[in-house]
Design a protein around this ligand. Structure first.
Ligand code: FAD
Length: 270
């Protein structure tokens, strides 16, 4: 729930040889006060990170800092957070939300990344379920912007996204191969063992260094795979969300794996 809780979780994950990205939960805010409150949490988080020496960066959502009602305000606030992250030698990952926000997210990250001293301090996320992602990947790689590749967690229509899971998975593997072969350090965010296997085989065949990219997974999900990959010498980063605004995030995690609803119900009864 609190920064202290998050840092404790971060410390225990770091002790297992895994890096962390901390996400102060929150999204779709509607007032300037909420934007400043969210920014304040990130500034406190970056200050706390800088004094503890943990292996950690931060993830943020643009709807948490007002992009839906005041994009200029969101950009100012993001810029200040990235400047702070650069000062404490950290990095800000801008999470990707619904497809209505893809273009504005990319444009904002590109503008901030191009400012003096900001290179390598901000990156974003691309979703393998979107048709546009292949072109977006080329666009970001050409500018040296770090990408986290994920399948995508929002409900999207067939006009913008592959409706079939097989197509999303195939696109993921194709994009992952492109990213791990590039000189830009990218994050492969997935728990899908078939995809992880395909990436491992590809980097072994191509002689790509394990340090050229990292795997990323959610806190508490497939811990066995996280530990196994780290033991094999791959970089692994664990995404730890925290804070009182957990409801929409939690609902997306339930929606993408309905078995979790049963799991939760069984444990509540137990
Ligand atoms: P799936 O095919 O969904 O799952 C493969 C296997 O992983 C499952 O069989 C199961 O064993 C395990 N698993 C997956 N999800 C769960 C779960 N919820 N509970 C329990 N087990 C599970 N999406 C965005 O749209 N924007 C983002 O910015 C974003 N950031 C992310 C950051 C990280 C580090 C990660 C790991 C994911 C992120 N996602 C984001 C979510 C992502 O898009 C997928 O929705 C999510 O990761 C599930 O896809 P998968 O690749 O794990 O494959």
């Amino acid at each position: 729930m609190t920064i202290e809780d998050a840092l404790r979780a971060c410390e225990s994950v770091n002790r297992q040889g895994l890096a962390v990205s901390l996400d102060a939960l929150g999204e779709s805010v509607t007032t300037e006060e909420q934007v400043h409150a969210a920014a304040e949490v990130y500034h406190r988080l970056l200050d706390a990170i800088s004094t503890r020496g943990h292996h950690v960066n931060v993830s943020i959502k643009l709807t948490q800092i007002g992009v839906e009602f005041d994009p200029a305000l969101a950009e100012r606030v993001l810029d200040e957070i990235v400047v702070h992250a650069a000062r404490v030698d950290s990095f800000v990952r801008v999470d990707m939300e619904g497809s209505a926000l893809t273009e504005i997210t990319l444009a904002m990250v590109e503008r901030i990344h191009s400012l003096p001293g900001m290179r390598g301090r901000v990156g974003t996320v691309l979703q393998a379920y979107l048709y546009r992602t292949e072109a977006d990947a080329e666009r970001l790689l050409a500018q040296g912007i770090r990408i986290r590749l994920c399948k995508g967690a929002y409900k999207e229509g067939p006009e913008v996204a592959f409706p079939r899971k097989e197509d999303v998975d195939a696109n993921y593997v194709k994009l992952a191969k492109r990213m791990v072969s590039s000189p830009v350090f990218c994050g492969m965010a997935t728990h899908d063992e078939w995809i992880i296997g395909a990436i491992r085989r590809f980097v072994a065949e191509q002689g790509i260094a394990k340090s050229a990219f990292e795997f990323q997974m959610l806190y508490g999900i497939r811990r066995d795979v996280q530990r196994r990959l780290a033991a094999e010498g791959f970089g692994v980063r664990v995404y730890i969300p925290f804070g009182p605004e957990w409801y929409p995030y939690f609902m997306r995690r339930l929606a993408e794996r309905p078995a979790n609803v049963l799991f939760l119900a069984r444990n509540l009864l137990h």
